[in-house]
Design a protein around this ligand. Structure first.
Ligand code: ADP
Length: 537
């Protein structure tokens, strides 16, 4: 707003100057013509033309008495001799004497009534008189005063706004700076020669091209410009300048002059930068807080889901467990009933008949014991009471021992094919937890692949991690059931005819995770399954 006002003032000053220039031009021309005519008349007739619109007078060189005056000259003479004119007559006479005694042309301005007159005194010592040519310069004076006022106000305004103005004459490449511009740019007005080039030299290297381009474009496309650039110093902080340029067209329609203002906007820019910095900081903080909030909300949601899952799991666990326990108990009960019947029918029963029934009871008791063991393990797991003792172990040796145990109990004579890939190294694991997990995978690999090829065990040692892969060529798992595989008591549809509790895999997974590992499964129904455990080195 402030800049706009100053720009307007600058424009007004330029306009007033233009007016003054053309007025001066016109008056000078008039004066020149009048003088020419006068000169002509004087030389030809030695008389003053009565009709001359400008006052002409002739005074005696010694007494300064009026010898001749045309119509307007007489009016001036009358004024000088009037009561009010007497005060200026003295000065007038002084000027006459100065001119005559020294024999020089003399020019002075004087207020005659409400006009400002310019007097030109031309002494003719040989003829002993002085010719006086006067002209009315009231408008010129008024314009001059107006100009002075505008310039003074502008100067004040520039000082207040820390703003300088400049003017560049295109043809001569001559540049004029206002006094304040030297202050704004912090250069010495005594030493610094203002020019477009010297101005550009004060700027930051990155801003020079843009500033040059702006001036060239203004000249080429007759366009105003506004730009912000940096004035740099050797030992001080740079300042930001807003430079506005206007064009002044010549009679040929081309840009004759560029003029404008240059204002120190450092405090504004710095405040803006600080504001932007603050806003950015605030944005980052808001973003961080929002992320934190989203994260905690996400965590909350997850824990709620987990809580819900746990609740559901507990319910299903209780119903599943009671169901799983009830089945062997029912078998035991029915077989006990059978024993009673056998006993009541004939006391001398053949031992084989008893054996069959007691065998069934023993089998179900074993099954129940296994189930109770696994449920107890699961109980420990859920309460977080599992003992974890990681040691540097030789995995190959550990697997060899386990393989041997499993191979020896297979009734169909199958064994685990063992393969090792990569450079073996020891790894820090809890061997008990690992052996338990692997036992379950080995047992399943044999159990779910009866009459098929040997299951495979492969250990791959990589520089940063190792994989233990247990692969079989058995019944496989339907892809729809794979997501539930590690849930307690889950048993796939194709496994119902095969003995099992549905607890082994869930325990194996928990133990692997306590060992800081990860288990994954790939399986194709009817083709076989592949379990992969990964541990970081
Ligand atoms: P289970 O005592 O029933 O074997 P697990 O927890 O060890 O219990 O396994 C859960 C279920 O995953 C099994 O009932 C079976 O349906 C499926 N399963 C596990 N291992 C295999 C495998 N190697 N091949 C096919 N199905 C498997």
């Amino acid at each position: 707003m402030e800049i706009e006002l100053l720009e307007k003032a600058l424009k007004r000053q330029k306009l007033a100057r233009k007016e003054a220039e053309s007025l001066l031009e016109r008056k000078s021309l008039e004066l020149y013509n009048a003088n020419l005519r006068l000169q002509e008349v004087i030389t030809n007739t030695n008389l003053f033309p009565e009709e001359n619109p400008n006052p002409v007078m002739r005074c005696s060189g010694h007494t300064y008495d009026l010898m001749y005056a045309n119509k307007h000259g007489k009016e001036i003479n009358m004024f000088l001799n009037s009561y009010t004119g007497r005060r200026v007559k003295e000065k007038f006479t002084q000027e006459l004497s100065l001119s005559f005694e020294k024999g020089i042309h003399n020019q002075f301005d004087m207020a005659i009534e409400n006009k400002t007159m310019r007097f030109n005194l031309v002494p003719f010592p040989l003829k002993n008189y002085i010719n006086i040519y006067a002209s009315d310069i009231t408008d010129i004076k008024a314009t001059e005063v107006r100009m002075q006022n505008i310039t003074a106000t502008l100067k004040q305004a520039q000082q207040l706004a820390r703003m300088g103005s400049w003017e560049l004459d295109i043809a001569s490449n001559h540049m004029i700076w206002s006094e304040e511009l030297f202050h704004v740019l912090q250069v010495d007005p005594e030493k610094f020669i203002p020019s477009h080039e010297s101005y550009i030299n004060l700027l930051h290297p990155d801003d020079k091209q843009i500033s040059n381009d702006a001036v060239n474009k203004a000249i080429k496309y007759k366009k105003e410009f506004v730009l912000i650039h940096r004035r740099i110093f050797d030992n001080r902080e740079e300042i930001y300048l807003e430079c506005r340029g206007q064009i002044d067209l010549g009679k040929d329609g081309k840009v004759k002059r560029l003029y404008g203002i240059c204002i120190d906007v450092s405090s504004k820019i710095k405040a803006q930068q600080a504001k932007e910095g603050f806003t950015k900081e605030l944005e980052v903080k808001v973003k961080e807080r929002t992320e934190e909030l989203i994260n905690s909300e996400h965590k909350l949601r997850l824990s709620l889901v987990k809580e819900k899952e746990l609740g559901e799991l507990k319910t299903s666990f209780v119903s599943m467990a009671s169901h799983q326990f009830r089945t062997p108990l029912a078998v035991i009960q029915s077989n006990l009933g059978l024993l009673e019947i056998l006993n009541s029918i004939d006391e001398n029963q053949e031992p084989e008949k008893y054996k069959k029934v007691t065998g069934r009871i023993a089998g179900e008791i074993t099954k129940m014991t296994e189930l109770i063991d696994e449920v107890l393990i699961l109980g420990k797991l859920t309460s977080g009471n599992v003992h974890y003792d990681p040691q540097d172990i030789d995995l190959i040796e550990c697997c060899k021992v386990l393989n041997k145990q499993f191979n020896s109990i297979q009734q169909d004579g199958r064994i685990i094919d063992f393969e090792i890939e990569g450079q073996p190294y020891n790894i820090k694991l809890d061997s008990k937890l690992l052996t338990h997990s692997l036992s379950n995978l080995f047992s399943n690999a044999f159990k779910y692949s009866e009459k098929k090829n040997n299951p495979k065990l492969k250990i791959i040692f990589r520089p940063k991690e190792l994989s233990i892969i247990v692969k079989d060529y058995g019944i496989g798992i339907s892809h729809t059931e794979i997501p539930n595989l590690f849930q307690p008591f889950f048993r796939a549809k194709n496994a119902t005819e095969i003995k099992g509790t549905g607890l082994g895999l869930s325990i194996a997974k928990e133990y692997i995770e306590i060992n800081k590992g990860h288990i994954d499964v790939k399986s194709v129904l009817g083709e076989g399954s592949c379990f992969e455990i990964k541990f970081n080195r």
